[in-house]
Every structure is written in C-alpha cells, then in structure tokens.
Design a protein around this ligand. Sequence first.
Ligand code: GUN
Length: 307
Amino acid sequence: MRAAESSNSPTSAGARLIDGVALAKLIRAEVAAEVVALKEAGVTPGLTVVLVGDDAGSAVYVGAKEKASREAGMTGETIRLPASTSQAELLALVEQLNADESVHGVLVQMPLPKHIDPDTVIRHIDPLKDVDGFHPVNVGKLLIGHSDGFAPCTPAGVQRMLVHYGVKTRGADVVVVGRSTIVGKPMAALMVQSGDGADATVTICHSRTRDLAGHTRRADILIVAAGRARMITADMVKPGAVVIDVGMNRIPDASRKSGTRLVGDVDFEGVRQVASLITPVPGGVGPMTIAMLLRNTVRAARRTLPA
Ligand code: GUN
C-alpha cells in the first residue's frame, strides 16, 4: 500500500480537505487547558512580540498573535518600535526581555528594517525563549533530532496536521518545494527524523532544481512553500498524493471589493481533482502557525517550573 493512500483514498468528488481552522482551535483549547494548570502552579505564560516599523502585513500578524495569546489565558504583549530604531536599541530590548522572568517567549517579527541584521537579532534571543525556533541552537537541535528545542511554528503545524489526519509518513516520499529557513529547511528536518509523523524519505526542491515536476510527481506527500502563486498544477501531482500548501499570495481579483484575493502556491481547483487530501488557502496551514506558537510558549513556561 502506498503511504499516502492508506487512509486517504481519492474520490470522484476530489480530495478531502484538511481543516486548519478546526485543528488550530483544538490545539488552542489544549494550550488554554495547560495555561490553567500552569497558573495553578504559579506561572502565567507570557509571550512578548516585538514589531519594528510599520509594515502593514506584519502589523496584522502581530495583532493576531497578541489576541490569540490572551485568548489562551497567557500574558500577550506587543512592543511596537519605530522603523528608525537602531540595531543596538533592539538588541538592548531583546536582552531586557531575556532577563525578564515574566516573559517566557520572545518573538521579533520579521522582516526587519534594512539597517538591522535579522541573524544578529535572532542570535541575541535566549534559545530557551526562542518560541519561533529560529536561533541556531534550536535549528541545530531540530536537525540532530533533540526534542528539547523549539521547532519553527509553521512546519511544526504542518507535521501536526499530517499526524492528526492519519497520513502515513513512514517510508513515504515527501517532497518539499522551497528552501526557506522559516519553512522549507525545517520542514525537511522534521520529516526526516525517526518517529511518528516523520521517518520519511525527503527531497527539497528550490528555484534551481532541474525538472521540478519530475520530483513533485513522485511525492506521496507534497509540501509547497515557494511563495509563487499557483505554481503547482494538477499535472505535477501524483494521483492520491497529500498536498500541503504553505503559500499565501495576494493576487488581483476585480470581483472582490478589496480588488485582491489570497491564493496559495498550489492551483487548488485543479490539484484537488488529483490529490487525496489537500489544504485550502485560506483556512489550511495559516491558522496552525499561531496555534503552534502558543504551544511553544507554554512549553517555554513549563520549563521554568521547579523540578
Ligand atoms: N514573519 C512572517 N512569519 C514569521 C514568523 O513565523 N515569525 C517571525 N518572527 N516573523 C515572521
């Protein structure tokens, strides 16, 4: 039996949809219950998000992170700094948050203004508070397979989706399209580990890959995080494959009041006819990212409990 077909047979109606909104809600409820228990033990989990500048998209994400952390019963704070903030000022703030015992998770929203080096900032965050999973210590732990680090939220959310929907990953051919540090590379690192929701044979494709379709057509599980609207078409997908679309691209749409519409990296209408299981955009991977961020924050807080 092929890995991806074991629990998800394609039907004439097309692929079954993965409901990221419902799963994220479930995870957020689990997190809220853990927050109650932590509060009883004397610790209120706290997440502080730092936003530098006035990028409209980032402001929306940051607002959603703060709201979600408060809804889960945590302390959710956002520190908004002007775009003119110097790198030294931002590093000083990160160090202050590292030292603050009421803050368990520190997240500096990307992208940063051009005069600030994101790698320098990430390296200043205490790895024990790096709920984004971007610090080299956490990246290294992920690659080694040590479970005491933080995995980046979006790939961790994708893996959780696969587990929740009963997708068999052991021995499956997983093809990841995109090699970003936030999604593609950690996604591959997660899937190649031994254990549940992993044990896969992983290929990473990117902008220099020869014969992309030749790779994607072999995938039992195709995970796309390339940032190009609807680049994966039905002819690039093996019948019965599980397709996870991490893309979020705004394209013109005159029929909408806003004049635009959100689409993924996958041509959803075409690919759903071929795949067995697929994430929509919006409502697929997107909501999982914040849910996993809350989860990482609760883990960071739990670690501060006396043994
Ligand atoms: N910008 C877009 N996505 C993310 C994320 O997951 N974390 C941070 N820090 N910035 C982002």
